[in-house]
Design a protein around this ligand. Structure first.
Ligand code: FE2
Ligand code: FE2
Length: 321
C-alpha cells in the first residue's frame, strides 16, 4: 500500500520535535548532572529512586533494618536503571531510529520525519551520556563493583530481534523503538513525582521533557507506517507488538534477588518478595496502565479496526473484548 500525493502533503506537516534547537536538553539544559555538595543532608529526606517504584522497601525484613539499607537498595536500583537506560538508548532505541532515518522499512518518508529522527537520535545519545555519567558517580560513591549487569529486558529484546526472520528484521526494530518511546514518558513522569536527590531530579526532568516530544513523534510515525504496511507486515506487527509489550513489563527477578542479597536479606525474605513480583495477572495490569500511550497510538492509527488484532490482544489479556 502506498500513500497518495495528498497523503504525503498532509503528513509532511507533522513529524517534528517542536522547537528542538531551543528546547531539547542537549541544546538547552544548563545542568551538569554532578552529585550535589550537600548530598548527605539531602539523603536525610530525599531518595535516590522513587520509593513508589520499589514496593519491596515496605517488606518487614527491610523495614526492620536501618534507613541506610533502604537508601542502598534504592541506589542499586537507580544505578541499574541508569545502566539500562544507557544501553537502551544507544543499542536499542537509536537502532530503531536508524530504521526510520534510512528508509529501512522500504516506505518513503517525508523529509521532516527524517530530520526529526536525526534530532531524536542526538537526544538519545545525550541521554545515554548523562545516564552513564551519573551511574558512574553513584557507583564510585558506594564502591559498586558488580556492574554493569546486562538487564533482562535488553537480553529478551535482543533474543526477539535475533529470532525474527530477515524479512521482518527492520519491522521488529522499529516496533521495539515505538513501544519503548511511547511508554518511557509516563514512566519518567511518575518517577519525577517523588522528592529525589537534586541531581537525579534534574536529570529525570530533562529526560522527561525530551521524551514527551519523542512519544508524540513515534505515535505519528507509527500511524504513517501502519497506513503504508502490507497485509503481511500488519499481521507480523500485531504478533510482535504483544511479545514486545510482555518483554517491557517482565520483572528482572535475577537482578532484584542479587540486590536484596547484597544487603544481607535472608533467602526466605528474598523468595517472598520475588513471589509478589512474579504475578502474571499483575504484569498484564501494569502493561494496560503503563502502556496507555502505546494503546492510544494503536487505536488512533486504526490498528484495532482489524478484528484479528482485537482478538489477538484480547486473548493475550491486554484489552477487554
Ligand atoms: Fe531517551
Ligand atoms: Fe526518546
Amino acid at each position: 500500500m502506498n500513500s497518495s500525493p495528498n497523503d504525503r502533503i498532509m503528513w509532511a506537516r507533522r513529524f517534528t520535535l517542536g522547537d528542538w534547537n531551543t528546547r531539547s536538553s542537549v541544546r538547552s539544559s544548563e545542568h551538569c548532572y554532578l552529585l550535589p555538595s550537600d548530598l548527605n543532608e539531602q539523603l536525610e529526606t530525599r531518595y535516590w529512586f522513587p520509593p513508589a517504584f520499589l514496593f519491596y522497601l515496605n517488606h518487614p525484613a527491610i523495614k526492620a533494618k536501618n534507613k541506610a539499607i533502604a537508601q542502598r537498595l534504592s541506589a542499586n536500583h537507580l544505578v541499574h536503571f541508569l545502566d539500562y537506560t544507557t544501553l537502551l538508548e544507544h543499542r536499542i532505541v537509536n537502532r530503531s531510529v536508524e530504521i526510520i532515518a534510512h528508509d529501512e522499512l522500504g516506505i518513503a518518508i517525508p523529509t521532516r520525519m527524517k530530520t526529526a529522527a536525526l534530532q531524536l537520535y542526538t537526544d538519545e545519545g545525550y541521554h545515554a551520556l548523562f545516564s552513564s555519567n551519573l551511574a558512574e558517580q553513584i557507583a564510585d560513591l558506594y564502591g559498586m563493583t558488580d556492574r554493569p549487569v546486562m538487564p533482562l529486558r535488553i537480553t529478551r529484546l535482543n533474543e526477539l530481534i535475533d529470532r525474527t526472520s530477515t524479512k521482518h528484521k527492520a519491522l521488529v526494530w522499529f516496533l521495539v523503538g515505538f513501544v519503548s518511546e511511547t511508554i518511557i514518558a509516563k514512566e519518567l513522569l511518575e518517577a519525577c513525582r517523588d522528592v529525589l536527590v537534586s541531581t537525579v531530579q534534574e536529570m529525570l526532568r530533562d529526560h522527561l521533557a525530551d521524551e514527551a516530544r519523542h512519544s508524540r513523534y513515534f505515535c505519528e510515525v507509527f500511524h504513517y507506517f501502519w497506513q503504508n504496511f502490507s497485509g503481511v507486515q500488519r499481521a507480523e506487527a500485531a504478533k510482535l507488538l504483544i511479545e514486545i509489550l510482555l518483554i517491557f513489563f517482565e520483572t528482572d527477578e535475577c537482578w532484584i534477588s542479587g540486590s536484596l542479597r547484597s544487603v544481607g536479606l535472608s533467602e526466605k525474605s528474598v523468595a517472598q518478595i520475588i513471589a509478589c513480583m512474579s504475578d502474571e495477572h499483575a504484569r498484564l495490569l501494569r502493561i494496560r496502565s503503563s502502556a496507555s500511550a502505546t494503546f492510544q497510538a494503536l487505536k488512533e492509527a486504526g490498528f484495532f479496526d482489524l478484528p484479528t488484532n482485537r482478538q489477538l490482544f484480547s486473548q493475550a489479556g491486554l484489552i477487554d473484548e
